[in-house]
Ligand binder design. Structure first.
Ligand code: ADP
Ligand code: MG
Length: 331
């Protein structure tokens, strides 16, 4: 990286989030454990991990919908949970979110224009005529016809609905958009179109993206840097190029092996990683130790995310030993 300081959007420090288990005496789900990361302005930061690893909890904690059990979430240098209302206000006006099923929480009787304009209506200050013309602009930006405005979401395909959700997120001219599994429900061809749209919009409006996916292939096309999560913990964090060319953590390596099988001609290559342990009774020490081929006694110690190479972080106590044979160049 050059000596120039990069502007920071988000800074998370040792963020933990626990949920109480219903009926379980004093049992908790550790959905996030000591998550520390920085998201820079203008980048696409990806979070990848299997279902249940804490991705959506992370999103909700970054949006201020969940209060972390411990640790700190800073947006634009300010702790979003400090109690200062102006900080939350800034967060809400600058950060928008797109979910996998964006209309789940909205009334099916709302027309598309109302859905897109709702954040603006909440903000206030615009007359209906202005709202409609802004909606028209947003529909155009997201590749939808102006006639979509008066229709209902159920009249659209999955890809079009996701475009509507993106138009809604863009309505208030945010600086940052958090996308939680934005294309997971879409077919491969539609998926690529929506990802391309997201890329175009990012360049056009200088947006910061935080993209969540369980599919590494999605990430390769859109992310600058990627964090790999497992059972609430960040296992590896690196640039997209580096992560794809030289994944260091045994878990990331397994994850790559297990997706090298998208090609239906090669289903036998699939590598089983086995079942994920329960997030209620996480293994002692490294959470991946129960499934890791390289485990040793050293893995009963808690791994700490540390810089293994320049701008390449991993949480594995015996990474050096494990990867010695894989590392071909010394940085
Ligand atoms: P992901 O988005 O990666 O699939 P989640 O963040 O939804 O994972 O969930 C992480 C873990 O936290 C899971 O074990 C899930 O069951 C649990 N969890 C998430 N939200 C809640 C909640 N509101 N109450 C209790 N447990 C929760
Ligand atoms: Mg999720």
């Amino acid at each position: 990286m050059s000596g120039k300081e990069r502007a920071v959007a988000y800074e998370l420090t040792n963020v933990c989030k626990e949920f109480h288990v219903k009926g379980g005496k004093n049992k908790t789900v550790k959905a996030l454990k000591n998550v520390t990361l920085t998201v820079y302005r203008g980048e696409s930061f990806g979070i990848v991990g299997e279902s249940g690893c804490g991705k959506s909890t992370l999103v909700k904690t970054m949006l201020g919908l969940y209060h972390p059990t411990s640790g700190q979430v800073c947006y634009d240098g300010k702790d979003i949970n400090c109690g200062d209302k102006s900080v939350k206000k800034q967060l809400h006006s600058e950060v928008q979110v797109v979910f996998q099923d964006p209309f789940a929480s909205l009334s099916p009787r709302m027309r598309v224009w109302e859905i897109i304009a709702e954040p603006l209506i909440v903000k206030g200050g615009m007359k209906k005529k202005e709202l409609l013309s802004r909606v028209e602009e947003l529909l155009q930006l997201t590749g939808l016809p102006a006639s979509a405005a008066m229709k209902y979401p159920h009249q659209f395909s999955g890809g079009q609905r996701q475009r509507i959700a993106i138009a809604r997120a863009l309505s208030v001219m945010p600086k940052c958009i958090i996308l939680d599994e934005p294309v997971s429900a879409l077919d491969a061809s539609v998926r690529a179109q929506v990802l391309n749209l997201l890329k175009d919009l990012q360049a056009q409006f200088d947006l910061t993206y935080i993209i969540i996916a369980h599919d590494l292939e999605v990430m390769e096309h859109v992310c600058d840097r990627i964090g790999v999560m497992y059972l609430g913990q960040l296992m590896e964090l690196a640039s997209c190029d580096r992560l794809f060319s030289e994944p260091l953590h045994p878990y990331t390596q397994k994850l790559f092996d297990s997706i090298l099988t998208i090609d239906p001609e090669a289903p036998k290559k699939r590598v089983e990683i086995g079942d994920i342990p329960s997030p209620i009774d996480t293994p002692k020490g490294c959470p991946f130790s129960t499934r890791c081929a390289a485990r040793s006694e050293a893995c009963s110690a808690e791994p700490i995310l540390s810089e293994v190479r320049h701008d390449h972080y991993a949480a594995c106590v015996q990474l050096e030993k494990y990867n010695r044979s894989n590392i071909t160049e010394v940085i």
